[in-house]
Design a protein around this ligand. Sequence first.
Ligand code: ADP
Ligand code: AMP
Length: 214
Amino acid sequence: MKIIMLGAPGAGKGTQAKKIAEKYMIPHISTGDIFRANIKNGTELGKKAKTYMDQGLLVPDELVVDLVVDRVGQDDAKNGYVLDGFPRTIPQAQALDSALEAIGEKVDYAINVEVPDENIIRRMSGRRACVACGATYHLVHIPPKQEGICDTCGKELILRDDDKPETVKKRLDVYHEQTQPLIDYYTEKGILKEVDGTVDMADVFAAITDILGA
Ligand code: ADP
Ligand code: AMP
């Protein structure tokens, strides 16, 4: 099963993608996590990506596409995967489709997690992410057991640099301009599924499993 998660930054794509990955035993592939790991490790890719991410801009397609095509070709992805944060532009979607077509495969579902902009800013300012394992929490909705500490690995939780309100506004503009057109793209392909992302995360997940099947 090959699944794409669509939605604004902060809509809950990562939260749901992790649950999908666990239930359907497929890898969760987050391009944002891949870039953050590269930044942490001081790689050339990380240095390049950071200059865009800090401004709330998208990393150029040529730095993203090969990385994802390579990742989905790895062994653990042969029964499918859930892509979170990719594609974010029409050229990225086309590149993924051609790479899959070349091996006789295709994306099965594009799940759009719908959350209005008003809710997004609130969500992002409350998001806390683990510096070590990438787990995400929300100060109000999904608090960690101990303040500032990751439940999973015990490391420190931080507010991401790009979750500061002024950067979130820019990211939302970029989303509407460059990523939202993917909704029409996947509607035309007949694989778009919409879920209401404003409800409790367990209810969002129930809506997704209704779509994907048991
Ligand atoms: P994305 O991957 O789309 O950027 P996240 O999954 O990181 O978004 O979610 C953004 C923030 O909103 C996080 O702090 C997360 O804990 C919180 N969140 C996710 N889903 C819900 C929900 N259904 N209700 C309330 N808060 C949520
Ligand atoms: P995310 O963790 O998905 O919110 O991504 C964080 C940031 O990483 C984004 O704001 C972009 O700057 C960059 N990024 C992640 N995925 C992509 C992508 N597919 N294309 C371009 N930039 C990306």
